[in-house]
Each structure stands twice: as C-alpha cells, then as structure tokens.
Design a protein around this ligand. Structure first.
Ligand code: UDP
Ligand code: MG
Length: 341
C-alpha cells in the first residue's frame, strides 16, 4: 500500500504546466514567454503557489528546440526542461512530464507547445479544481480551424470509440488538469500503449469540463503526421477494447447458424432430387469448415482478450480516501491517502 498526502494546497495549488515539444524551434520562445507570464499573473493574484512552473518535455527534437529550451531555463527560473532520449511520441512525452512533476506539484495541466489551446482558460481549470474536481478536461468549442478531412475523421473517430465502449470525451485532446491524486494513480498503470484520453476518464475521479477556443498554429507546422495520428487512433481502440475480438466470436456464431440453415436446405434439395450430384456434400463440408474455423478463432480471441487485459497489470481499483480510527475512542480522521491495489 503506497500513498501520499494531497489536498493540502487546494486553495493555492502548486501548478506545473507540462508542455510536450517536438521540433518546435519556431515557436518555443514565444510559448515559453506566454506560459510563464500567465503563471506569474496567476501567482500574483494568489490563484496558484508562487513556485508554480512550466515544465517543457523535449520529445527527442532534431532541431534547435532543446538548445533554445536550455537558454530559456537560464533566463527564466520558472521554466524547466526534461529531455527524452529519442522521439517517443506525444502521449509518452506528456506522461514523462506528468511523472516528473508528480512529486513536486499539487496539480498538473498539460498543454501543447504551439499555443493553439487558449491558455486564458487556465483560470477556469483552476476554479473547477478548487470546487473539488480532480480532473478537468479542456474541450474545444468548435473545429472550424480544422480542415474538412480532420473534422470528419475526428468526429467519426469519437463515435467509433464510444461505440466500442471507451469513454473518451468528444473534442477533448490533451489539454487537461489532473490533481496529484490522479497522477499517483496513473503511475500504477504500466501499459505500453498509452492512450491517456481513454485511461483518465476510466479511472473514475470527479471531473469537470472547460470549453475553450482553438486558435491557428502561430508558427511551425503540425507535428502530428498522418502515421502518428493513425497510430494514436489504433492505440485508442486496441488499448481499451477487446470488442473487435468479441466480434469474431459473434460472426462465428452467425456463420454457424447460417450454415445449419443452408445445410438443411441443401439436404432437402437432395431429397427432392433438385441439385447436381456432389453439390450437397461439397456445400455442407465447406459451410461446416468455415463455421468451425471462425468459431474457433473467436474462442481463441476471447482468451487472447483476457490475456491482453491481464498483461496490462492495471490496478483493480483506486481508493479515493479512507476513514479509520487508529484506536477505538479516537476521533475519526479522514486520511486522504490514495492507494491502489
Ligand atoms: N508532439 C510531441 N511529440 C510528437 C509529436 C508532437 O511531443 O511526436 C507535441 C508537439 O510539439 C505539440 C503537441 O505534441 O506540442 C501537439 O502536436 P501538434 O500541435 O503538431 O498537433 P496538432 O495540433 O496538429 O494535432
Ligand atoms: Mg497543435
């Protein structure tokens, strides 16, 4: 049982902004200025702790991003950097930042480096946290800044994910606030194919939504290539759902049922002498073989599904808080420790 005290700083939380960066040399200076100024203002207004920071995660950039980040950290003590060895992708970069921030922050907000997500929404994220939310999802107001293709594929994707049983939030990318409690719980998830947009809602912590406007990218180009986008989409489906495997079993059952009907029809035709010699035997053998193969694949699929879920070693449950008297007769203390088993 591990645990850590949280919630001591709900009124003035120490916030770490986690910013994944991959080849963002054109915009990184400007982003650092904007994000750091925002924290400065929030700290001055006593909304957040004055030790709040911006933590950049250099996701193995091959341009001058890391060099610029090193300069930025020298000029601005509010900025820090984690450099990953090699390009591990957006989701892993975010995770690396969150896990680095875990022991130092009360809350973490993840935001892209390109300033597309409106940083002014941060005030509302913090308000929601102060009112008791452990997770706050940033949801974009509309997708007008996206092209037709991205808009349609995104909308289809969210529908497909929800249909497959994953509780992703429509139009929520990774602009989100999570509390230390969530970070501690997240560190117990050991899966390699990481899809935070599905994982965090599945944890079940109290959450809220903040709507924000998406702006055009101010400089540089999108680092999400089609390949990276498809990989993320596939990860989203396969790391949350074994329904495609169940589908094979279902198709197997349907094929077997249809085969039985077809066999009866074929036998009836044979009795009535309606068909060509050999046809009935051929049909029955083919249908039975197809049905048995599909059904067997389905059964194997069911087991693979179970093995797959086991290999993730996900915690069975997450404890939010415990009320326990050390000695009978003591006042009951709410020990706000979070534990996972
Ligand atoms: N990013 C990253 N690793 C990658 C690809 C992207 O850390 O392999 C970062 C990128 O620097 C940016 C964020 O993820 O801060 C979102 O990427 P981008 O803005 O290019 O995606 P889009 O907004 O076009 O979907
Ligand atoms: Mg972007």
């Amino acid at each position: 049982m591990d645990g850590s005290m949280i919630g001591e700083n709900r009124e003035r939380p120490l916030l770490i902004l986690v910013v994944p960066c991959y080849n963002e040399e054109e915009i990184i200076r400007k982003s650092a200025g904007v994000l750091s100024d925002k924290l400065k203002r929030l700290a001055k207004e006593k909304q957040i702790h004055e030790e709040s920071r911006v933590l950049f995660v250099d996701d193995g950039s091959t341009d001058k991003t890391f060099l610029l980040l090193c300069q930025i950290t020298k000029e601005d003590p509010r900025c820090s950097v984690v450099k990953l060895a090699g390009n591990r992708g957006h989701q892993n970069a975010i995770l690396a930042g969150m896990m680095t921030a875990k022991e130092r922050a009360d809350i973490v907000v993840t935001i892209d480096a390109d300033l597309q997500q409106d940083i002014e929404a941060l005030d509302r994220f913090i308000d929601c946290y102060k009112k008791g939310s452990e997770v706050v999802y940033g949801v974009r107001n509309d997708r007008s800044s996206d092209g037709f293709l991205k808009k349609t594929t995104a909308s289809l994707y969210y529908k497909l994910m929800q249909g497959l049983g994953s509780n992703v939030i429509t139009n929520h990318a990774d602009y989100r606030l999570v509390s230390k409690k969530v970070l501690d719980a997240l560190s117990d998830y050991r899966e390699v194919n990481l899809f935070l947009r599905g994982l965090i809602p599945a944890m079940g912590f109290p959450s809220d939504i903040v709507y924000f406007d998406v702006k055009e990218r101010e400089a540089g180009s999108s680092k999400y290539t089609l390949k990276k986008m498809l990989t993320l989409a596939m990860d989203g489906i396969t790391s949350f759902s074994t329904r495609p495997l169940h589908l094979i079993s279902l198709i197997g059952c349907i094929v077997v049922l249809l085969s039985v009907v077809m066999c009866i029809v074929a036998v009836a035709d044979w009795i009535l002498g309606k068909n060509v010699p050999g046809y009935t035997t051929l049909l029955i053998v083919t249908l039975i073989a197809a049905g048995v193969i599909l059904l067997s694949l389905g059964v194997i699929g069911e087991y693979i599904g179970k093995i797959y879920m086991e290999t993730k070693h996900r915690p069975h449950y997450i404890i939010d808080s415990v009320i326990w008297r050390e000695n009978i007769g003591d006042r009951a203390d709410t020990d706000r420790k979070r534990t996972t088993e």
